[in-house]
Design a protein around this ligand. Structure first.
Ligand code: SF4
Ligand code: SF4
Length: 147
């Protein structure tokens, strides 16, 4: 490298911005498509269990009895399968990574009160529909038996 080239490179480097950031004083900006960690909006989840079935590492547990949704972040490989399969779009892949830790934690979330009420009303309507269908069937059978 000639002296002129060297001087030119040195001057450019002196006047340009550093290629690295002053982390952690300056927070890192993650790209739009960063696969950080999975979050669930418990106002939308219907506890259908599809995400649990589709997770290749078994990181998700859906407990219909307790009305909770859990994830073991250290088992998650950020494949995004659960996010893509969720029928209610309640799952999202946040751009920030899970906080580092020394314990393999499990994070559990309970359905919101509004969502519990919504699912209860839905179950009640479904039960009433089935009961009405059964009653109609019984009445029909009784009617045809009398002929
Ligand atoms: S997060 Fe989505 S796929 Fe998983 S249980 Fe809830 S609604 Fe179903
Ligand atoms: S991103 Fe993949 S590994 Fe992580 S919880 Fe969802 S399905 Fe499981």
């Amino acid at each position: 490298m000639s002296l002129l080239n060297f001087m030119s490179r040195a001057l450019t480097n002196l006047l340009s911005k550093p290629a690295t950031i002053n982390y952690p004083a300056e927070p890192r900006e993650y790209t739009e498509r960063t696969r950080g960690h999975v979050e669930n909006d418990m106002d939308k989840c219907i506890l259908c269990g599809l995400c649990q079935m589709k997770c290749p590492t078994g990181a998700i547990t859906v407990n219909k009895q307790d009305r909770t949704w859990s994830i073991r972040p250290f088992s998650c490989i950020q494949c995004r399968s659960c996010v893509d399969q969720c029928p209610k779009k309640s799952l999202s892949m946040e751009r920030h990574y899970q906080e580092p830790g020394v314990k393999k934690i499990e994070k559990t979330f309970e359905l919101s009160d509004a969502q519990k009420e919504f699912l209860d009303a839905q179950a009640k309507a479904q039960a009433e529909k089935i009961a009405a269908a059964k009653a109609a069937q019984t009445a029909k059978a009784a009617g045809s038996g009398g002929n």
